[in-house]
Design a protein around this ligand. Structure first.
Ligand code: PAF
Length: 287
């Protein structure tokens, strides 16, 4: 595996990969890799001939009071994991290489990026869309893999690809991979390492309470009551606050007041200690 830090070297290495023929997959990450990321890489390996992974802690998607400085950085350990998974190229640019002096462009989406995390983290999805479009243009992959853990992010990226007529990758080649969970159900996240042992134990309440709320809704309980129950359970377990607990249309992410026959998604963002956790689950009609 080659680790590459400049755009010029990336282009040279990609030209060599492409000369071999075959399909190129991109797995964009911010590093601090865990089993969730490695699952994306394995899916990419299964479906493409060459996998390019990127590691870039993107300053543009962090708010001024967020954890940009604290975000874990461990390039050598991450590179070893990616190499063991058969990744061909690791694209790890510096902030200056990604955003040279004078960089002035921002990609902004209305609608899909407005609510949920977009409301709680103003500017976050502009930063995500801007860097992901740059990564797509830099690598020009045939397909790209993202975790469903960041469900709204995936919707934003798919919308951008459709709206801007992207061809590398095509919108339908942007592939969402189901969330990987710890044994107690907590969704894997690089931010879980911020949790103290007590917070980590309490954090398992999040997926459990979400499943209970889904059981209640699919058994006919009113959506508002099920969401209120979920919020109370999180606060009782020691969560400090809840940014949102929303039932949304699975495609548009518009909030739903009632559970119908269309695919729906339960999405939650809540804070425990200083850490913000997000999770989402499919809500399907009971068989
Ligand atoms: O999901 C992430 O790790 C990031 O938001 C992404 C897609 C790599 C863009 O910085």
């Amino acid at each position: 595996m080659q680790t590459i830090a400049t755009l010029h070297m990336l282009r040279t290495a990609l030209a060599a990969l492409r000369a071999d023929g075959g399909r190129v997959a991109l797995v964009p990450t911010m590093g601090a890799l865990h089993e969730g990321h490695l699952t994306l890489v394995r899916r990419a390996r299964a479906e493409a001939d060459h996998v390019v992974a990127s590691i870039f802690v993107n300053p543009k998607q962090f708010g001024p009071s967020e954890d940009l400085d604290a975000y874990p950085r461990q390039l050598a350990a991450d590179a070893a994991m990616l190499e063991a998974e058969g990744v061909a190229l690791l694209w790890a640019p510096s902030v200056e290489a990604m955003y040279p002096q004078g960089f002035a462009t921002s990609v902004s989406l209305a609608g899909v990026s407005d609510g949920l995390c977009g409301a709680a983290r103003p500017g976050h999805f502009d930063g995500v869309a801007t860097v992901v479009l740059k990564l797509f243009n830099q690598v020009a992959p045939d397909m790209a893999f993202f975790g469903e853990k960041d469900f709204q992010q995936l919707a934003v990226i798919r919308t951008m690809a459709r709206d801007l007529d992207l061809t590398r990758p095509e919108p339908q080649a942007i592939i969402g991979v189901p969330t990987v969970r710890e044994a107690d159900g907590l969704a894997m996240s690089s931010r879980n390492r911020y949790l103290s042992p007590g917070e980590r134990a309490a954090a398992a309440t999040l997926p459990r309470a979400m499943r209970e709320a889904i059981d209640a809704m699919t058994s006919g309980a009113p959506v508002a009551g099920a969401l209120a129950g979920l919020e109370s359970e999180l606060l009782a377990a020691g969560f400090a606050s809840i940014d949102y607990a929303t039932l949304a249309d699975g495609r548009s992410l518009e909030p739903l007041a009632a559970f119908g026959t269309e695919p729906a998604r339960l999405l939650v963002a809540a804070r425990i200690g200083g850490t913000r956790l997000i999770d989402n689950m499919a809500v399907s009609p009971a068989p």
